[in-house]
Design a protein around this ligand. Structure first.
Ligand SMILES: Nc1ncnc2c1ncn2[C@@H]1O[C@H](COP(=O)(O)OP(=O)(O)OP(=O)(O)O)[C@@H](O)[C@H]1O
Ligand SMILES: [Mg+2]
Length: 242
């Protein structure tokens, strides 16, 4: 679904991503782990068309999207849930969701279908349709950010730290829902620092360090890796089956 090859990206003279290659297969949940400033958001910004790559290739669904406009990438079916959610706070939950459906705005049947789909995943959003986005709890705001992305009827969503600032229970709730997306035909690339929650739902993952992929493997391999345990899981971490 997504294949990034030898990607180079940064800001002006600052080179952040150096020769980054990764792929996400159709129906997979893949996690990209990395410390603050390692370049995780830069990778998602480049893959979603916010930032132009300085080199390398980005293929989405077999189409070359390196340097393509964001609107075109969304049209092809790849949608970003940005860092910090970036909701329209003075608008209602329903209005925020409808904005996510702008590509299908003229097909009211499709918009209704997408709304029902989002409400079935997040019943809380259905209850709070008229509430202003800015007054939602942090967990509800994250649900809305994901719901808004789903309104575009994507094949893939890329999420930038959905667990940020949330209480453990809210994180569990969000991740349980993310785990259901492949069954609904949606592939997921997840950028996270919460390795516990994300390795539990991902099939594979990568670790980014100062702009380079330093490790990749299945979720089980990463959970057992000494460096991942030390940096992200804590030395007392036990896998459920251990
Ligand atoms: N707009 C920008 N202009 C200049 N430098 C930037 C810009 N955005 C990010 N950077 C720099 O690029 C590097 C990578 O930042 P990036 O946001 O990709 O990291 P990150 O892995 O997402 O970190 P975090 O976990 O804190 O979100 C950092 O050194 C950062 O200061
Ligand atoms: Mg970031």
């Amino acid at each position: 679904m997504l294949r990034v090859t030898n990607l180079e990206a940064g800001y002006g003279k600052l080179r952040v991503l150096k020769n980054v290659s990764l792929h996400v297969g159709s129906g997979e949940i893949v996690i990209l782990l990395g410390a603050n400033g390692s370049g995780k958001s830069t990778l998602l910004k480049t893959a979603s068309g916010i930032l132009r790559p300085q080199g390398g290739r980005v293929l989405f669904d077999r189409q070359d999207i390196a340097g393509a406009a964001m609107e075109r990438i969304v049209e092809l079916g790849c949608v970003l849930v940005p860092e910090g959610r970036q909701l329209f706070n003075p608008l209602s939950v329903r209005e925020n969701l409808l904005l996510g459906a702008y590509l299908h705005a003229r097909r009211s049947d499709r918009v209704r279908e997408s709304l029902e789909e989002v409400f079935s995943l997040f019943p809380r959003l259905a209850e709070r349709q008229a509430q202003l986005a800015g007054t939602l709890s942090g967990g509800e705001q994250q649900m809305l950010a994901i719901g808004r992305a789903l309104m575009a009827r994507p094949k893939m969503i890329m999420m930038d730290e959905p667990s940020m600032g949330l209480a453990p229970m809210a994180v569990d709730k969000i991740f349980q829902t993310l785990a259901q997306l492949p069954a609904r035909g949606i592939t997921v690339l997840l950028v996270e620092q919460n390795a516990r929650a994300s390795l539990a739902i991902a099939s594979r993952g990568y670790v980014l360090e100062t702009g380079q992929i330093v490790l990749e493997g299945s979720s089980l391999e990463l959970m057992d890796n000494h460096d991942v345990r030390r940096a992200y899981l804590g030395k007392d971490y036990k896998r459920i089956e251990e």
